[in-house]
Design a protein around this ligand. Structure first.
Ligand SMILES: Cc1cc2nc3c(=O)[nH]c(=O)nc-3n(C[C@H](O)[C@H](O)[C@H](O)COP(=O)(O)O)c2cc1C
Length: 317
């Protein structure tokens, strides 16, 4: 049985990627993930506030001081080099920020240090009333072009689900040379403590329910973009992974599941994928990938507005 997939032009032995997280901070842990079957690694992000030349001026109130980041830029490059020495699977570096300008130099350093690809996470919470709706997309396109023009390795973008027209944004990125889209960034919502009257930032791990938003947009974008697609957010079981592949993902990224259960969760996922494929007579991922995307599924309306009306009517008290 062939579980191989192509992601960002890279040949992966199976569709399981370790998503951007602290799980690659330790080389031995990364090696263990490779041994358990993970097919590629995404490093934690390095932040714009750290690596762009005028970063000091970009610091906003409430941003951590430079000492609070796990890796300084030079340490990040060293970690990347160490990972490349330790594992044979692709290692994807991650840059995170929102303001255009100055990304190219560090992107070149990542490529020189051996990164197989770069994932851009343009994490932006648009709270400024003077910012127009399309400003975030314009900035993201500028960042993407800047990086794509400066390196020869593939560059992907981790998208937010909150674009006014995700399809338009995805196609524009695809045309601008984006090698793949990662759907979707997770926004961490602060909670309120009603006793101390304080606002608490919090990091909650995901569950499978978060996957549904990803499935819908993977299904919609799969026929539209030439680049690769990866699902991130809510992959917790082999069923979740299979669903993402059925709607057109080339790969899935795991974080919460591995943080909770450790690297030895991976062989079980791969075994379950294989046995499902056997039951359905599929010999390779190509046999079923995208079978339920918008152009191939028997009921495309299920992904569109008609679904809304139908879903509301389906409620029985
Ligand atoms: C502890 C932790 C650290 C993370 N760090 C990053 C990061 O540095 N850059 C990034 O793009 N995403 C980061 N993420 C988000 C994950 O890559 C992933 O998109 C998100 O957790 C959803 O996937 P999951 O449902 O498999 O956890 C982090 C997530 C967690 C839980």
């Amino acid at each position: 049985m062939n579980l191989e997939t192509k992601y960002l032009g890279l040949r992966l032995r199976n569709p399981i990627i370790l998503g951007s997280s602290p799980l690659c901070d330790d080389v031995d842990a990364a090696k263990r993930l490779e041994d358990e079957g993970v097919a590629a690694l995404v490093m934690r992000s390095l932040f714009e506030e750290q690596f762009t030349p005028d970063s000091a001026e970009k610091f906003e109130a409430g941003f951590p001081s430079l000492q609070e980041y796990t890796f300084r830029p030079d340490e990040y490059l060293r970690q990347l080099e160490q990972l490349k020495k330790a594992v044979t699977i692709p290692v994807i570096a991650s840059l995170n920020g929102r303001n255009p300008g100055g990304w190219n130099v560090f992107a070149q350093r990542l490529a020189a240090a051996g990164a197989d690809a770069i994932e851009l996470n343009c994490y932006h919470v648009a709270t400024e009333p003077e910012a127009a709706g399309h400003d975030s997309e314009t900035d993201m396109m500028t960042v993407l072009r800047d990086v794509v023009q400066s390196v020869r390795i593939p560059v992907s973008v981790k998208l937010s689900p909150f674009h006014t027209s995700p399809a338009d944004t995805a196609v524009a990125l695809d045309h601008a040379g984006c090698a793949g889209l990662v759907l979707f960034n997770r926004f961490y919502q602060p909670d309120i403590d009603i006793e101390t009257l304080a606002v608490h930032p919090q990091l909650r791990l995901s569950d499978s329910s978060e996957l549904l938003l990803r499935l819908r947009w993977l299904a919609i974008l799969s026929p539209l973009v030439r680049g690769s697609l990866a699902a991130t957010g809510g992959i917790h079981t082999a069923e979740d992974m299979i669903k993402a592949l059925l709607v057109g993902a080339d790969a899935v990224q795991l974080v919460s599941l591995v943080l909770r259960q450790g690297p030895d969760v991976v062989p079980g996922l791969l075994a379950s994928l294989q046995s499902w494929m056997t039951r359905h007579g599929f010999h390779s991922l190509a046999d079923f990938r995208g079978k339920l995307d918008l152009t191939h599924c028997p009921d495309p309306a299920a992904f569109e507005r008609a679904n809304y009306v139908r879903t509301l009517r389906s409620w029985k008290a």
